[in-house]
Write a protein that binds this ligand. Structure first.
Ligand code: CP
Ligand code: NVA
Length: 337
């Protein structure tokens, strides 16, 4: 009998059923408890994990590293300038080499095709640590955080306010639709998700009962939301777009007034991080000088308010990435979910 997850890659949410995603969320919760109670969970004892990063990272890199060590594996970080990937050696050849040395590969970068190719050619599980298109490991952490807050997921409503075309927006839209969570993408018309992604989400929603709303109307979009979620207005790789995005997205900034518009006292605020909520960073200072604003997608007030759950999400990256690696690269026996 085979094990449900063994040997599989984690490249995009669409490759997993509702039950499989729910299993990963619940198993993350279980591993969180094991760590809190100092119970060993070395499901990858003696294995080796490659961490490929074309783009920068704080949480994802830290989570993969600590998760690998907790699981008994050795993580090897290979940054964009350390290896030949795509510059002097093809993705196919690199994947074939790494597949002979490592038991699993994490990739963060620009192209979804690269992470797919790594999976195709390496023969070992590959985990998508973010591409321009999707951020699937983030989703397991986020829905774990939501489940911890509300006890269950079905029937809740997420209002995502901000850049509706980025990786996090795409992933939230599709994952919510699969899991039966209502998802509102609140964004100007010019930044609405691609039609193909909306159609994909709608097909899942038909099955799960999730309601999907894509709107440029903030009042309508956030009314009744249980979760208000935002992400940076300018994602990695599109840094030249600051001025344009600030002009487009300022009306969608998550501030106290927007939180009140949910008319829900139990509402929580979420952000995958990093966030521009003050001018304490180089980018924050530049934005303050060039555009006269000290906060972007979320105000410092909301970021530090009773609604805020972004640091729970950040911690949950560790437990969820651990779950994903353990079930796909480990020898756990999970005959069905
Ligand atoms: N949320 C997230 O992916 O954070 P990093 O970019 O720091 O990894
Ligand atoms: N949309 C952001 C997410 C960062 C975790 C980016 O791609 O930069």
């Amino acid at each position: 009998m085979t094990s449900v997850f063994k040997g599989r890659s984690f490249l995009a949410e669409k490759d997993f059923t509702k039950e499989e995603l729910q299993y990963l969320i619940d198993f993350s919760q279980h591993l969180k408890g094991m760590k809190a109670n100092n119970q060993p969970h070395r499901y990858l004892d003696g294995k080796n994990i490659a961490l490929l990063f074309e783009k920068n990272s704080t949480r994802t890199r830290a989570a993969f590293t600590v998760a690998a060590v907790d699981l008994g594996a050795h993580p090897e970080f290979l940054g964009a300038n350390d290896i030949q990937l795509g510059t002097k050696e093809s993705v196919e050849d690199t994947a074939k080499v790494f597949g002979r040395m490592f038991d699993g590969i994490e990739f963060r970068g620009f192209s979804q095709q690269v992470v797919e190719d790594l999976a195709n050619y390496s023969g070992v599980p590959v985990w998508n640590g973010l591409t321009d298109e999707w951020h699937p490991t983030q989703m397991i952490a986020d829905f774990l955080t939501i489940q911890e807050n509300f006890g269950e997921l079905t029937g809740l409503t997420i209002a995502y306010c901000g850049d509706g075309r980025n990786n996090v927006a795409n992933s939230l839209l599709v994952t919510s639709a699969i899991l039966g969570v209502n998802i509102h993408v609140v964004t100007p018309k010019a930044l609405q998700p691609e039609a193909t992604i909306i159609a994909q989400a709608q097909a899942y929603a038909k099955e799960s009962g999730a309601k999907i709303l894509v709107t440029d109307d903030v009042d309508q979009g956030v009314l009744g939301a249980d979760v208000v979620y935002t992400d940076v207005w300018v994602s990695m790789g599109e840094e030249e777009k600051f001025q344009e995005r600030i002009e487009q997205l300022l009306p969608y900034q998550v501030n106290q007034s927007l939180m009140k518009k949910t008319q829900n006292d139990q509402v929580i605020f979420m952000h995958c991080l990093p966030a521009f909520h003050d001018d304490q960073t180089t980018y924050g200072k530049k934005a303050a000088q060039a555009y006269g604003i000290s906060e972007m997608e979320v105000t410092d007030e909301v970021f530090r308010s009773k609604y805020a759950r972004q640091f729970d999400q950040a911690e949950n990256r560790l437990h969820s990435i651990k779950a994903i690696m353990a079930v796909t690269a480990g020898d756990l026996f999970i005959p069905k979910v």
